[in-house]
Design a protein around this ligand. Structure first.
Ligand SMILES: CC(C)(COP(=O)(O)OP(=O)(O)OC[C@H]1O[C@@H](n2cnc3c(N)ncnc32)[C@H](O)[C@@H]1OP(=O)(O)O)[C@@H](O)C(=O)NCCC(=O)NCCS
Length: 184
């Protein structure tokens, strides 16, 4: 196999940030958007280290907020390149919140950011291949390949919209749903 290859550990990145009061919503919990922005930042750092180039965010998969994050907690975001295609990389991110007073740690989030590398003219660049050094990295690479295939299928499915579906067919589709149709 030709071309450059890099190990996963060369680009592994962890960012830790203190959750300050201005990050909170009216309920006193940290805004999901703040966490998303931190995830985007760590994904960028990790992807650009692997690619050795400027990167853009292409897609985000699997973001779920499993438990709320409180002001005063230390949020750590651990990112690694799980999979590389030609110009894109899938960066896996694990988010944990540490309550410094008690030492308790909760897993709040895991997700996948697809990032692509670009040159100074905005042209897509081929990224280095990945050296897989243990079973976990091998498993993550296979999961990344699977996710890439699923994302493609989803995009194709979304293209087949319901513009040619009749009103009666749509009414049948939503028969059991919690809505009332009041179209004249
Ligand atoms: C995403 C983008 C790079 C795709 O460019 P394109 O010319 O359509 O190129 P391709 O279809 O060849 O896709 C490039 C790579 O991205 C992947 N890709 C494209 N769209 C994707 C999607 N929706 N989800 C996952 N991967 C995707 C392709 O599989 C391909 O990967 P590979 O080279 O590793 O096989 C381009 O649309 C872009 O630059 N978007 C703006 C990104 C940006 O500015 N992000 C910041 C957030 S605002």
């Amino acid at each position: 196999m030709s071309g450059k290859f890099k190990s996963v550990s060369e680009s592994e990145t962890t960012i830790t940030e203190l959750m300050i009061p201005s990050y909170a919503n009216f309920g006193g919990k940290v805004h999901g958007g703040i966490l998303l922005s931190l995830m985007d930042k760590v994904a960028y750092v990790c992807a650009s280290k692997h690619a050795g180039a400027y990167c853009v965010t292409v897609a985000v998969d699997g973001v779920e907020f499993l438990s709320p994050v409180e002001v005063g907690e230390l949020v750590s975001l651990k990112a690694s390149v799980n999979y590389v295609g030609n110009t894109s990389m899938i960066v896996g991110i694990r988010v944990e919140a540490l309550q410094p007073k008690t030492g308790s740690v909760k897993h709040t989030n895991s997700c996948y950011f697809t990032m692509a590398a670009k040159d100074d003219d905005g042209k897509l660049l081929t990224v280095p291949g990945l050296i897989l050094e243990n079973e976990e990295q091998l498993r993550r690479f296979c999961e990344g390949k699977h996710l890439k295939g699923l994302s493609k299928q989803k995009r194709e499915l979304l293209k087949s919209d319901l513009s040619s579906t009749s009103s009666n067919e749509m009414l049948t589709l939503i028969e059991q749903e919690r809505c009332i149709v009041v179209i004249d």
